[in-house]
Design a protein around this ligand. Structure first.
Ligand code: SAM
Length: 333
C-alpha cells in the first residue's frame, strides 16, 4: 500500500517515531522499513505544515510503498469505537466516561501484552499538586509503575504525583538547548522528567529541582537514584520561597505549571543570571496564543529592572477545543 511517510536518517529516527506516536500520526497498520541509511515511518495521514513543524530534527515528507503489518492484533479489530488511551509504564489510562470501560480495558490488555493494569481516570488533573483519582478497571490493582523515556526511568504513583508521557518530545526539545557547565532550575519538577533527562546529558550540568508536593519529591529522589544522577539537587518546598536562595544562578528556568506559572514570574526572573532563558508553559486560547502571557513576563522583568528578548514561541500540543499548551521562551537580560 502506498502511504505518506517521513524519511529520516536511521540514527535520528527514534525521537521522530515517538513524536509521531504521541501525535497519533504513526500508522501501525503498515510496517516501518529502511533503505540504506534511512528509515521510512508510515503516516496515518499527510500532516499539515503546523504539525510537521512540531517534529524534532531533520526529515523529509515523502511517499512510499509499505507492507501491511501482519499478525498484530489492533484495538480496532476488537472494538467498533476504539477510544484514545495513554500508556505510562505498564499501566494503560482511559477516561471514565468511555462507553463499556470493562470491554475496552479487556481489549487493551489483549492487544498490549506489556500492560498489566488498566485505570480509568475518575477526575481531571486537579488541585495544587495536579493529581488525578483513578479506579482499576482490569489487571493488577495499583497506581504505581516505572515509565521509560529516552533511556531514563521514572518511578511514579499516578494518584500521588503528576506525570504525563505526552511531553516526551517537548522535554527532548528543551534538552537540546542546555549546554555543559550550565545551571538549570526546574521550579515545578514533579517526579523529575525534565530534571533527570537534563542531568543525564552531562555531569557538568547542575539541576536544582523544586516541588511542593512531598510525594512527588519522594519519587523524584528515588528517580535520581534509579538513574544514577548525582547532579540533581531535589528540594521540597514552594518555588516562590525556595527561589530566593538561588538568586542569579540559573542559565535556564523551567516553569512547567500551566495555568498558574504567572504567580511565580518574579521569583523566576530573580533566579536568572544575565542572558538566562525562561521556558514558560501556559494554556492559552487560539485567539491569544502568546501575547497576554508574554506581557506578564515582560512586566515581571520590568519590576526587577530587567528586560527580555523573545527566543521562541511555540505550540506544544492542543489541550482542549480552541485551547493550546504553549511554551514561551524568553532571554532575561
Ligand atoms: N514538571 C513536571 C512534569 O513535567 O511532569 C511536573 C509538572 S506538574 C504540571 C506541576 C508541578 O508543580 C506539580 O508536581 C505540583 O506539585 C508542583 N507545584 C504546584 N505548586 C507548586 C509550588 N508553589 N511550588 C513548587 N511546586 C509546585
Amino acid at each position: 500500500m502506498r502511504k505518506s511517510c517521513i524519511k529520516v536518517l536511521k540514527r535520528e529516527g527514534e525521537p521522530i517515531r515517538r513524536a509521531l506516536l504521541e501525535m497519533d500520526l504513526l500508522d501501525n497498520s503498515a510496517r516501518i522499513c529502511s533503505e540504506e541509511d534511512y528509515l521510512f515511518l508510515p503516516l496515518t495521514e499527510k500532516p499539515p505544515e503546523s504539525q510537521l513543524k512540531e517534529l524534532p530534527g531533520e526529515f523529509e515528507l515523502t511517499e512510499k510503498e509499505f507492507e501491511e503489518q501482519k499478525g498484530q492484533l489492533k484495538l480496532e479489530d476488537l472494538l467498533d469505537n476504539a477510544p484514545h488511551f495513554e500508556i505510562v509504564g505498564d499501566i494503560a489510562l482511559i477516561e471514565d466516561d468511555v462507553p463499556e470501560p470493562q470491554k475496552v480495558a479487556d481489549a487493551i490488555m489483549k492487544v498490549k501484552k506489556n500492560v498489566k493494569t488498566v485505570l480509568a481516570a475518575m477526575s481531571p488533573v486537579q488541585g495544587e499538586f495536579r493529581t488525578r483519582r483513578f479506579r482499576t478497571v482490569a489487571g493488577e490493582d495499583r497506581t504505581s509503575t516505572i515509565h521509560r523515556e529516552y533511556g531514563s526511568r521514572f518511578y511514579i504513583d499516578l494518584e500521588r504525583a503528576y506525570f504525563t508521557p505526552r511531553l516526551a518530545t517537548e522535554r527532548s526539545r528543551i534538552l537540546t538547548q542546555i549546554k555543559d557547565g550550565q545551571t538549570v532550575v526546574d521550579m515545578f519538577a514533579g517526579v523529575g522528567p525534565y530534571s533527570i533527562m537534563i542531568a543525564r546529558k552531562s555531569p557538568d550540568i547542575k539541576v536544582i529541582a523544586i516541588d511542593k508536593n512531598p510525594d512527588a519529591v519522594e519519587f523524584l529522589r528515588h528517580n535520581v537514584e534509579l538513574n544514577s544522577t548525582s547532579n540533581v539537587e531535589a528540594i521540597e518546598g514552594d518555588a516562590n520561597i525556595e527561589a530566593e536562595k538561588f538568586a542569579g544562578v540559573a542559565d535556564h528556568v523551567i516553569m512547567n505549571l500551566p495555568h498558574n506559572a504567572n504567580e511565580f514570574l518574579d521569583a523566576a526572573v530573580k533566579l536568572c543570571a544575565p542572558g538566562a532563558i525562561i521556558h514558560y508553559y501556559d494554556i492559552t486560547h487560539e485567539d491569544d496564543l502568546f501575547d497576554s502571557s508574554l506581557k506578564l513576563i515582560e512586566e515581571a522583568a520590568e519590576r526587577a529592572g530587567r528586560t527580555i528578548e523573545v527566543a521562541e514561541n511555540r505550540v506544544v500540543r492542543s489541550y482542549a477545543p480552541h485551547q493550546f499548551n504553549v511554551c514561551i521562551e524568553v532571554r532575561v537580560l
